[in-house]
Design a protein around this ligand. Sequence first.
Ligand code: ADP
Ligand code: MG
Length: 310
Amino acid sequence: MTEPAITASGLRKAYKDKTVLDGIDLNVAAGTVFSLLGPNGAGKTTTVNVLTTLITADGGAVRVAGHDVATNPNAVRAAIGVTGQFAAVDELLTGRENLQLMVDLNRKAGKRSVEELLERFDLVDAARKPASTYSGGMRRKLDLAMTLVGKPRIIFLDEPTTGLDPRSRRTMWTIIRDLVSDGVTIFLTTQYLEEADQLADRIAVLDQGRLVAQGTPDELKRRIPGTHVRLRFATAADLDSAARIIAGSTRDDEALTLRVPSDGGTKSLRGLLDRLDEHSLDADGFAVHTPDLDDVFLALTGHTTEVLAK
Ligand SMILES: Nc1ncnc2c1ncn2[C@@H]1O[C@H](COP(=O)(O)OP(=O)(O)O)[C@@H](O)[C@H]1O
Ligand SMILES: [Mg+2]
């Protein structure tokens, strides 16, 4: 077994009397994607900042790329790339100038070239324009391209897709998958369960500075309610009939709703609607519910993510 890319044990950090990280243990195998999943304020960026030597912890031990972050931060920095939550691109420079600056600053042998990166990230046409004119998705891509100049083997991505439209998000996912197939280790923070599910080999759920769960996406999803359809009926009699004909459903008599496990695909949805039709039943409301971060939190902690917003 090769050495883990990242390990942390008993990581603690407080700002004045506010505990932000309350004893975090992590182990990230080399060549995998590890996702730290949590709502705003959970402590994701603080964790990334400690692991990447940007801030020092109050307690605990951290090793990244085989080096101790406390005693050998320079060796850690040489091995990693960091794309922060807020893009580090210079707005006044063009895309090409931003990249060139990173190439000039980087003294590593065998670093990537500006042209190679512009092409890889589909930024050739935009390269002459100032970064201030870029969309959120383009800015993120440029930021990540800048991170890749020194060919880091471990990359930290702090909420790489927050605020992006679905298409840009998918582009970013493809880029991340490509990096992993090159053998890079990715430490990714996100507020989206779907993103962690799509990309991560392992997920850790962070709640107010503590890890409340860790495992593979499948292990985690087994602990939370799955995708289901919610049907709402006009009368108790309709709910009654529907509950009898739809196998595996659970009813809520107060809300007059029926909850039906489903993969959410068109085939199973059509089957469900046909079944209602055969019995001349009409639903007043019909919604497909895919589990999100709120479901994770409710299942794991008994509260939703909202309590943290305060
Ligand atoms: N420099 C700081 N000084 C004081 N409090 C901070 C500082 N940085 C972060 N915090 C607090 O620590 C908590 C976790 O923040 P952060 O790590 O940014 O969370 P996340 O990235 O998950 O949204 C928040 O309550 C935040 O207000
Ligand atoms: Mg953050």
